[in-house]
Design a protein around this ligand. Structure first.
Ligand SMILES: CSC[C@H]1O[C@H](OP(=O)(O)O)[C@H](O)[C@@H]1O
Ligand SMILES: Nc1ncnc2[nH]cnc12
Length: 294
């Protein structure tokens, strides 16, 4: 099949794109095992896209169980160059209220049990990650959300997303600690995904949908799954509109992101010292940098 440049990864509450036409399911395998679910390609207002439900369509995978590498590899196999993530988050600040939308520009890593690199097994690479999301894609998402102007919903362009391990939500002491760090929102998935997308040279940015005030707010109940789900049902529809508008704009004006050449100077290990097994595993990622006889 021909390459699909735009990928969408939906988190809690976003298990499919309602208006996706010409749907086709792709059961893919990767050197890192199978992805969370089938990838579903189709067209959104005539634009080819491919969608994956991050936790599976029936939400059967914990954040710590997500096959992050397989998911990103599967998008890469289909030719994805831009990946739009939609995610549920808790707010860590008064200025960001439930149902608001946030497009983070920074992450803080509080994960503990995840493999967050494609490299190792005899090949070393260090990607730049100072700016962990693609600024152009983030701006497109934020501008699309602002343009659609949903009643009672503020759009926050920029902010720091704390990525915790989960699955339990934070303790109150942790929540206050993250606030003291100046963080804006908290979730359990996006940092790992952003790192792997960068290693795969895919431009990545997130539309974060606020569902709760975590557990720091004196005037609001501490976060529960019921609270998250109720608010997700309210804003999943808005989120799909933002994604559609972002896809439309991106298709009309694609751009070159720094992410698209992230590996250019990142690999330290001479290719001729790498085992054939590791070469085979990483061939898709390293293809642009390999000479025909390496
Ligand atoms: C259902 S609340 C916690 C759960 O929701 C978020 O998932 P996602 O980022 O995939 O939308 C959060 O990260 C947790 O995994
Ligand atoms: N408060 C919270 N903490 C972590 N992940 C979340 N996802 C939605 N709300 C969350």
């Amino acid at each position: 099949m021909t390459d699909i440049a735009i990928g969408i990864i939906g988190g809690s509450g976003l298990y499919q794109m309602d208006d996706l036409e010409n749907r086709q399911e792709h059961q893919l395998d990767t050197p890192f095992g199978p992805p969370s679910d089938v990838l579903v390609s189709g067209t959104l207002q005539g634009v080819p896209v491919v969608f994956l439900a991050r936790h599976g369509r029936h939400h059967h995978l914990l954040p710590s169980e997500l096959p992050f590498r397989a998911n990103i590899h599967a998008f890469k196999q289909l030719g994805v160059q831009y990946l739009i993530s939609a995610s549920a988050v808790g707010s860590l600040t008064e200025a960001i209220k439930p149902l608001d939308m946030v497009v983070p520009d920074q992450f803080i890593d509080r994960t503990q049990h995840r493999i967050a690199s494609f490299f190792g097994e005899g090949i070393v690479a260090h990607i730049g990650f100072a700016d962990p999301v693609c600024p152009q894609l983030a701006a497109l998402i934020a501008d699309s959300a602002s343009h659609l102007s949903f009643e009672g919903v503020d759009v926050h362009h920029g902010g720091t997303y704390i990525c915790m391990e989960g699955p339990a939500f934070s303790t109150r002491a942790e929540s206050h600690l993250y606030r003291s760090w100046g963080a804006s929102v908290i979730g359990m998935t996006n940092l790992t995904e952003a790192k792997l997308a960068r290693e795969a040279e895919i431009a990545y940015a997130t539309l974060a949908l606020v569902t709760d005030y975590d557990c720091w707010h004196p005037d609001h109940d501490s976060v529960t799954v019921e609270m998250v789900v109720n608010n997700l049902h309210l804003n999943a529809h808005n989120a799909q509109q933002v994604i559609r508008e972002t896809v439309r704009r991106l298709h009309n004006a694609p751009f070159v992101s720094e992410a698209h050449s992230a590996l250019k100077f990142a690999v330290l290990t001479p290719w001729n010292t790498v085992s054939q097994k590791t070469k085979d595993t990483l061939e898709l990622l390293l293809r642009p940098y390999l000479s025909p006889d390496s």
